[in-house]
Design a protein around this ligand. Structure first.
Ligand SMILES: [Zn+2]
Length: 330
């Protein structure tokens, strides 16, 4: 949009007492988000273009779509929303192009990175090495597991060999090189804004607590899910520390969280990449979020829309909308 980005003249001028001075400005203010939006969004680019209006020194919103071919000022469109990944777009077509690029990035880029197979020392050996079990205990537990053809080794060590559950969790932590996380003061209701219910359920990712407003502890039962953890980190902007939670504690906290109230979510199934992008862009155009982001979580794309600007580390429950799109295999 050359018209909008051409000049920065007047950026450092003092703001006039009444920034709206011309008939053109009134039109913008009236048609943007309640006047305030129009004034805030006006910058010198607009002023220079119209020769009438003096901005308040704000930066005039320019379309974030690098392929934007519009030289046209969409007077009827808010200059504040919709925002996708920190960039405002000037038209539904530009929103669609940015979303298409993001969908392609997630499906073909780093979100797609398969976890390399990492060889792990078997749980029994970890425990044996630590001196937490004897070779006799290990052999009997393995035999029981084999005979029953059900249950993990840890289960049999606890049920049959009297090994403590906590010790099994510690061994799993060693096996996965991750900490064992406590489950004290678990404020289930407050944390449902961080991870959609579907992911808590399907991937067993349990938000435990937020520390210092920037660190999220994410608990798993018997193995961490780095793909889910990375997705939550990218979406929330919080640093995520993944760890294991002792099974019995995890199970009750997990079911408690699943029965808590979560923000609204829309589930979509799409058969192709263009169909996914189309559906997501349409939602953004409809909801006009103040911010929105897209991340991949395994075979899902997760779009989160913040309908208002956020102030704290946890999003306001009523102001977020999630959209989860499963990607069909073709
Ligand atoms: Zn554009």
């Amino acid at each position: 949009m050359p018209l909008l980005s051409r000049t920065t003249m007047g950026l450092d001028r003092p703001a006039p007492a009444e920034p709206v001075t011309g008939p053109g400005a009134k039109l913008v203010a009236a048609q943007a988000d309640g006047g305030v939006a129009g004034r805030n969004a006006m910058g010198s680019g607009w002023g220079a273009a119209m020769g009438q209006i003096k901005g308040r020194g704000g930066v005039f919103a320019t379309c974030a779509n690098p392929g934007c071919g519009s030289g046209w000022l969409h007077l009827w469109r808010s200059r504040l929303t919709p925002v996708f990944e920190a960039g405002w777009t000037c038209s539904p077509a530009c929103t669609a192009q940015r979303v298409e690029a993001a969908v392609s990035r997630e499906l073909n880029g780093r979100g797609n990175a398969q976890q390399g197979h990492r060889h792990r020392v078997p749980l029994g050996l970890v425990m044996l090495e630590q001196g937490w079990i004897t070779s006799g205990q290990l052999r009997q537990a393995l035999d029981a597991q084999k005979a029953a053809a059900v249950g993990r080794l840890g289960y049999w060590l606890v049920r049959q060999q009297g090994v403590s559950e906590h010790q099994v969790t510690r061994a799993l932590g060693l096996q996965w090189s991750c900490p064992v996380l406590p489950l004290e003061f678990h404020d289930t209701e407050a944390l449902t804004v961080l991870v959609p219910r579907l992911f808590v359920d399907a991937f067993g990712a349990l938000p435990l607590r937020v520390a210092a407003g920037r660190l999220l502890y994410l608990g798993f039962e018997d193995r961490v899910d780095p793909v889910a953890a990375l997705a939550v980190e990218r979406m929330s902007g919080l640093r995520v520390e993944s760890g294991l939670v002792q099974e019995s504690l995890f199970t009750s906290a997990h079911s408690r969280m699943l029965s808590a109230k979560f923000p609204s979510v829309e589930l979509i199934e799409a058969s192709s990449e263009p169909a996914v992008a189309h559906a997501l862009a349409k939602s953004i155009e409809r909801a006009r979020p103040a911010e929105s982001r897209l991340v991949r979580v395994h075979d899902c794309l997760w779009l989160r829309m913040w309908l208002r600007r956020q102030t704290g580390p946890l999003p306001e429950r009523g102001s977020i909308q999630d959209l989860i799109c499963s990607i069909g295999t073709q």
